[in-house]
Design a protein around this ligand. Sequence first.
Ligand SMILES: *[C@@H]1O[C@H](CO)[C@@H](O)[C@H](O)[C@H]1NC(C)=O
Ligand SMILES: *[C@@H]1O[C@H](CO)[C@@H](O)[C@H](O)[C@H]1NC(C)=O
Ligand SMILES: *[C@@H]1O[C@H](CO)[C@@H](O)[C@H](O)[C@H]1NC(C)=O
Ligand SMILES: *[C@@H]1O[C@H](CO)[C@@H](O)[C@H](O)[C@H]1NC(C)=O
Length: 254
Amino acid sequence: MTLASNIAVLLPLCLYILHTHQQPQQLVISACCGTTAANCLNYSNAEDLFGLSCCGTRPINQFEEICCNNVARKRRQGNKYYEQCCGDQVLGYDETCCSNVVHRIANQQCCGNQTFNMYDQRKLCCDGVLSEIPEGKIGACCGSRAFDGGVNQFCCAGSVSNRSTSDSCCMRFRANETDPIAGQPYNSATHFCCDTPFPIAGNQACCYVRRTGGDADPLDKPMVYDTTRQCCSFPFKQPMPKPANNDCSTVGLV
Ligand SMILES: *[C@@H]1O[C@H](CO)[C@@H](O)[C@H](O)[C@H]1NC(C)=O
Ligand SMILES: *[C@@H]1O[C@H](CO)[C@@H](O)[C@H](O)[C@H]1NC(C)=O
Ligand SMILES: *[C@@H]1O[C@H](CO)[C@@H](O)[C@H](O)[C@H]1NC(C)=O
Ligand SMILES: *[C@@H]1O[C@H](CO)[C@@H](O)[C@H](O)[C@H]1NC(C)=O
């Protein structure tokens, strides 16, 4: 018979199981942060439990280690003492944490996981992407890219093109409001927009096919059709074959 008395105490994040060893008088305290022996550390003095906590499934002493995203890191490293985390890394007071990436420079602004100086006029952060503005140029955001604000460049749905080659933006058809917004720049002198830009050719046009059969809807689906052979007419369900009399106004009424 052993005098064994197993006491389980649930502390914040930490389970301590105290029990006696086979040999009388010797106390073994297992501090566990999980269900297997590998998640436990043994102590013989109750004082050693001071500062103990769980880091993931590992017991750590909070004064010696800091738990960063369930990874235990030494607080004292060289002449530094760490009190903050950045992702699973330690973060010093002379460092900047941007989206879990440590930068060895203090008091910077974050752009995604990169740093920049907010007073630097030549740096522009667009949707978490850092861009460099050329000397003497103006910077504006076009989605996540930088462009010159419209001086020589054209912005269309996050894509930047040369203004001399594009003056219009062709928005992509979206099946519903959750579909991502997308578009392509085009030159309205040479192309027309019908979901994507198409070269202007004699017989081609765009038919907005109604989804509901009701009034025009911004989500009507654009379809290219051949005006010599087809009509884009009520009820706008699809381009219809052109009647023998070539009169599109009579299509769908019969
Ligand atoms: C802790 O003590 C228990 C019970 O004596 C033993 O089974 C276990 O192997 C020990 N664990 C470590 C990490 O020493
Ligand atoms: C920083 O973010 C970019 C873009 O999201 C990613 O590709 C890159 O891997 C990240 N860098 C680090 C060090 O996490
Ligand atoms: C835009 O096009 C013009 C004329 O083709 C050219 O001179 C200019 O370098 C282009 N600019 C850019 C930013 O590509
Ligand atoms: C929106 O349309 C996309 C593409 O057709 C579809 O996968 C998605 O389930 C739709 N979402 C809703 C909320 O209707």
